[in-house]
Design a protein around this ligand. Structure first.
Ligand code: ACO
Length: 314
């Protein structure tokens, strides 16, 4: 009998400090109107002193509580982050310690696609029978690698964390997942440090990233539906990486999915990179929109580029 990897718990956490577009108008040559019309973002959460691990802890505790599991029940912790607290050890091991878990724990780095890369990785362990319960986390403090004087990137990125518990299930769960990377695009989106001990800040050719994101994510959504013998009518909810409302709506339009079936958090969260998908998922579940048995399509793309999709029954 096949082991499916099924989502049985979700959790999220946002730092309390809200930075609105009007706050950014005070320090940058920008306007609320420009940011809202180009991106759909109105406000974002930014850490004061919290670390990436600090954000991940409450997100994981909430996910464990929904799953009715204890940290000791977890077989792996897989944390996707672009902003680890240290070069080493992995932030996942600090998280393991803070949670009181004792399982193997490691980080995955695929920028804004990190969460789908982590879900796909966890799926393999569960399907091959080497794990029963896995904590999959996306946690980011993107504000630490933003150049706050660069209006083209400072308006986009933000901080937050989301987590899911994946558990072995005989009946249903993740039906399909697919990952891609193409390292040709280094100059389109990267952190501009040349040495490992320089932090660096994000630099991006926004227009180029926009076009590639729409094309790759639309192609991948079509491929995912085809591989699952589905059309967009079979999708109850698309939970995309939340980078820009215009990217999300262009993809939804290409696959003929009404926007009423898309979970959107970009307006209030901005782009929280690897955290954006589990944050949106948790919000959609806790406000009652996503229900057991729903078919969910996750998609994300990030620097590299790396991109991926997961189709799952909840
Ligand atoms: N406020 C006001 N004006 C601005 C701002 C700002 N914050 N930022 C840029 N501008 C100006 C530019 O300087 C330019 O001025 P110019 O015409 O005098 O040269 C003008 O606005 C247009 O700039 P564009 O870059 O062409 O604007 P565009 O419509 O492409 O929007 C944006 C920029 C929002 C960054 C868009 O390209 C985008 O969202 N790209 C995707 C980037 C993204 O989501 N990256 C996240 C990481 S990857 C991922 O998650 C998918």
């Amino acid at each position: 009998m096949k082991n499916f990897a099924r989502i049985i718990g979700t959790g999220s956490y946002l730092p309390p400090k809200i930075v609105t577009n009007f706050d950014l108008e005070k320090t940058l040559d920008t306007t609320d109107e420009w940011i809202t019309s180009r991106t759909g973002i109105k406000e974002r959460r930014i850490v004061n002193n919290e670390s990436t691990c600090d954000l991940a802890v409450p997100a994981c505790l909430n996910a464990l509580s929904m799953a009715e599991l204890k940290p000791q029940d977890i077989d792996f912790i897989i944390l996707s982050t672009t902003t680890p607290d240290k070069i080493f050890p992995a932030t996942a091991t600090m998280l393991q310690n803070r949670l009181g878990a004792s399982c193997p724990a490691f980080d995955i780095q695929a920028v804004c696609a990190g969460f789908v890369f982590a879900l796909n990785t966890a799926q393999q362990y569960i399907e091959n029978g080497s794990a029963t319960n896995i904590l999959v986390v996306g946690s980011e403090t993107m504000s630490k690698i933003v150049d706050w004087n660069d209006r083209s990137t400072a308006i986009l990125f933000a901080d937050g964390a989301g987590a899911v518990v994946l558990s072995a299930d005989n009946n249903t769960g993740i039906k399909y997942s697919k990952l891609y990377s193409d390292g040709n695009y280094l100059s389109s989106l990267q952190v501009n440090n040349n040495r490992i001990n320089e932090l660096g800040t994000i630099e991006m050719e926004g227009n180029e990233v926009f076009k590639i994101a729409v094309n790759k994510l639309s192609d991948l959504a079509e491929e995912t539906l085809k591989e699952c013998n589905m059309t967009s009518e079979n999708i109850d909810w698309m939970i995309p990486h939340q980078a820009n409302i215009r990217i999300i709506s262009a993809v939804a339009k290409r696959i003929k999915l009404p926007m009423e079936k898309v979970i959107l958090t970009v307006e209030k969260h901005g782009n929280t990179s690897a955290a954006s998908i589990p944050l949106a998922l948790d919000i959609g579940i806790r406000d009652g929109r996503i229900n057991k048995g729903d078919t969910l399509l996750f998609e994300g793309i990030g620097g590299g580029f790396s991109w991926g999709s997961v189709l799952a029954e909840f």
